[in-house]
Ligand binder design. Structure first.
Ligand code: PXG
Length: 457
């Protein structure tokens, strides 16, 4: 018997409304409209239960990098579930998929990142890092070093600890976050600044806000700095070229651990295997999730540098931390199939040399539209900002909901992107063809024109 019953769209919406609480959702608003029911997907397209075909410009939630319907990933899950659907890696046990995956992950990353710890999600991975960072400094005889510096408007997840690392005001306001020992500094968002500095000067200034915070807190109390190479959920904030080298210098100078959150940028999205490679930084930790399995099953994890792992292993004794699903066999088998596919098909180089530059040219040309203020894109991770006036910049009133109007027109035109306020963000699957990129951009121009008409009313 099928596990999922065949039901009408209307019935599904009714049941959804009655019993299902959604993540990051205003339920009253949702119930007034009803949910979109996504019932199947293939390639770069998702299908709504009404039959509408939608080009998925967000790869699900920044994760379905290999695209939908990849048979070898599906087969890997099926085979592994038959062989060993679950076993743990506590209590001196291990299993082939986790072992194989840890070894493959090592091959893909920088030489000093030799070990991984598995989790179930990006949020869990960042929780793990907080535990490891603080344990590391305790073992180093510096138990006062527990403060972690993050950035305003960062997103590092939604558990109590990961939401504390995140720099989202609205999240902090609910439930009394951040927890103690986590502080925030400026984000490297040049377009959102008063633009009195050049991007390069601004990048240095943003990095030096970390140094100022270290001095304010006291260097002997600061354990680590965490940042997304390019901020994703915050609106695809691409830092000026001067930013990351200066952050690396500061971390080195004060002996602070550097955490590069690769949950979105990991496994190829920027046209390099990791954001740390793209920006030439040398992190002590890299949390990952999403693209490691292309979202086919949940899996997260943490790359741990030799600097930290050697101390934890040699001096740490038992590390009292782990998850039931750390290194879940089916998830690891799916990750192996997914990463082997991405490597065999050379999809990362394809982003760097082919579809990335192809999309970039068209994406940057959006700046010619009267509503588009800033355009930015690296690899297959792009954003543009809707503005009322370009120079000097005048933004739309929040109540006009320009971003939402655009997003809805775009959806009607058969393409899905996300609106973060009036910033429109896009992260399509790595298999996007040239003609699918054209389709995406044609719909974008059409939706921009319709948005302009609406906003002029
Ligand atoms: N770090 C980063 C950089 C992320 O983008 C997480 C950690 C947390 O991962 P999990 O697997 O716990 O969700 C994320 C997640 C959005 C959106 O609206 C972004 C994420 C999750 C949900 C929504 O852009 N990123």
């Amino acid at each position: 018997m099928a596990a999922i019953e065949k039901r009408s769209r209307k019935d599904l919406q009714e049941m959804d409304k009655s019993h299902h609480l959604h993540p990051f959702t205003d339920h009253k608003a949702l119930h007034a409209q009803r949910s979109r029911i996504i019932s199947r997907a293939e390639g770069v397209y998702i299908y709504e239960a009404s039959g509408q075909k939608i080009l998925d410009g967000m790869s699900g939630l920044w994760c379905v990098n290999a695209g939908y319907g990849q048979q070898e990933i599906i087969d890997a899950a099926t085979e592994q579930m038959k062989e060993l659907p679950y076993y743990n890696s506590f209590f001196q046990c291990s299993h082939p998929p986790a072992i194989e995956l840890a070894s493959l992950l090592k091959e893909l990353s920088q030489p000093h990142l030799n070990r991984v710890f598995f989790a179930g999600s990006g949020s869990e991975s960042n929780d793990t890092i907080i535990r490891m960072v603080r344990t590391y400094w305790d073992l180093m005889g510096q138990p006062g070093r527990h403060t972690i510096i993050s950035r305003h408007n960062a997103y590092h997840g939604s558990t109590v600890a990961a939401a504390s690392l995140s720099g989202m005001k609205a999240m902090h306001k609910q439930s009394g976050l951040p927890i103690p020992g986590i502080v925030h500094v400026d984000q490297p968002y040049w377009y959102g600044s008063d633009q009195s500095l050049s991007p390069d000067e601004f990048g240095l200034q943003a990095a030096r806000s970390i140094e100022a915070k270290i001095k304010e807190v006291g260097a002997e109390k600061v354990a680590a700095f965490i940042g997304e190479p390019i901020q994703g959920a915050g609106g695809v904030i691409v830092p000026p070229a001067t930013y990351w080298p200066e952050v690396q210098r500061i971390c080195d100078e004060y002996g602070i651990l550097l955490i590069s959150d690769e949950v979105i940028t990991g496994f190829g999205r920027l046209g390099e295997w990791f954001g740390a490679d793209y920006f030439s930084i040398r992190p002590d930790f890299m949390p990952f999730a999403k693209g490691v399995t292309s979202g086919y099953l949940p899996l997260g994890g943490v790359y741990v540098s030799d600097r930290v792992a050697d101390v934890l292993i040699d001096k740490g004794g038992e590390f009292f931390h782990g998850y039931t699903y750390s290194g879940h066999p089916a998830s690891c088998a799916v990750a192996l199939a997914n990463l082997k596919l991405i490597r065999r098909e050379k999809l990362v180089a394809r982003i760097r040399d082919d579809i990335g530059p192809y999309l970039q040219k068209k994406w940057l040309a959006l700046a010619d539209h009267p509503l588009v203020g800033d355009t930015r894109i690296v690899g297959l991770m792009g954003a543009f900002e809707l503005v009322k006036k370009k120079s000097p910049i005048e933004r739309f009133d929040e109540k006009q909901r320009a971003g939402v109007i655009f997003r809805d027109h775009l959806l009607d035109a058969g393409v899905c992107m996300r609106a973060v306020g009036d910033t429109i963000i896009c992260a399509p699957p790595f298999i996007l063809s040239h003609s699918e990129a054209d389709e995406m951009m044609n719909a974008t121009w059409k939706a921009l024109d319709l948005t302009k008409v609406d906003l002029a009313r």
